[in-house]
Design a binder for this molecule. Structure first.
Ligand code: FMN
Length: 199
């Protein structure tokens, strides 16, 4: 009798499971934490390049980009320093198949929306084919923008090391992005588009 009751409760519990149990998750390959060009060469090569082909960014490269931006590298801490280790930053990947929140601890992406948000970033025509835009967000008005700056610099250096193009972008539909990501407009700090040049 008790067993039947538990089974019934289990069914009810499963039916009432929060939406998060049905989250769309994209597991990423482990980031490559060695290799690349020497640091001084990457610093020398880092530059803004506003040209993005439609060539896909493979999952390994995506994982590496997210890791340099906001991965966990030591003692639960990040690849960038954060004020009092409060880690007040979030990184979203906007791609053709929707917008995804980077979960560094799980090395995965959690889909926030399946909508293609790239039109919110196409105020400049070089964006039309771009497949990956990172959005840096945070709720600490003093420190989150500083963290975003560290993250986009790491990504810029990685891009230089890999021959990827990138541009940091403050000019996009901030309100539209905030709405789509369910954030306050002031939490949306900056974006960065990354992609392969045309061949
Ligand atoms: C905070 C910030 C916002 C930027 N916003 C834009 C932008 O909206 N559109 C754009 O084309 N470039 C943007 N840039 C790129 C700068 O124009 C570029 O970094 C600058 O011209 C220096 O060139 P470099 O990156 O090659 O050194 C931005 C850069 C930063 C740091």
């Amino acid at each position: 009798m008790l067993k039947k009751l538990f089974s019934a409760l289990a069914v009810v519990f499963c039916l009432a499971a929060p939406v998060s149990a049905q989250e769309n998750i994209k597991k990423l390959p482990d980031p490559q934490t060695s290799g690349g060009v020497p640091l001084m060469e990457a610093v020398q090569k880092r530059h803004t390049a506003r040209e993005f082909s439609a060539e896909k960014i493979d999952d390994q490269t995506l994982s590496d980009i997210l890791y340099v931006a906001w991965g966990i590298s030591h003692d639960g801490k990040r690849t960038i320093p954060t004020s009092m280790n409060k880690q007040n930053l979030a990184v979203y990947a906007v791609m053709p198949d929707g917008a995804w929140l980077y979960d560094a601890a799980g090395n995965r992406l959690i889909q926030v929306t399946a909508e293609d948000l790239r039109p919110l970033f196409d105020s400049q025509d070089y964006m039309k084919d771009a497949r990956l835009t990172l959005v840096f967000t945070g709720s600490d008005p003093k420190n989150s923008p500083l963290h975003a700056g560290s993250a986009y610099q790491n990504v810029g250096l990685y891009a230089a090391s890999r021959g990827l193009n990138n541009v940091v972008r403050g000019w996009f539909d901030r309100d539209g992005v905030a709405k789509a990501l369910n954030l306050k407009p002031e939490e949306v700090i900056i974006s960065q588009t990354i992609g392969w040049p045309y061949k």
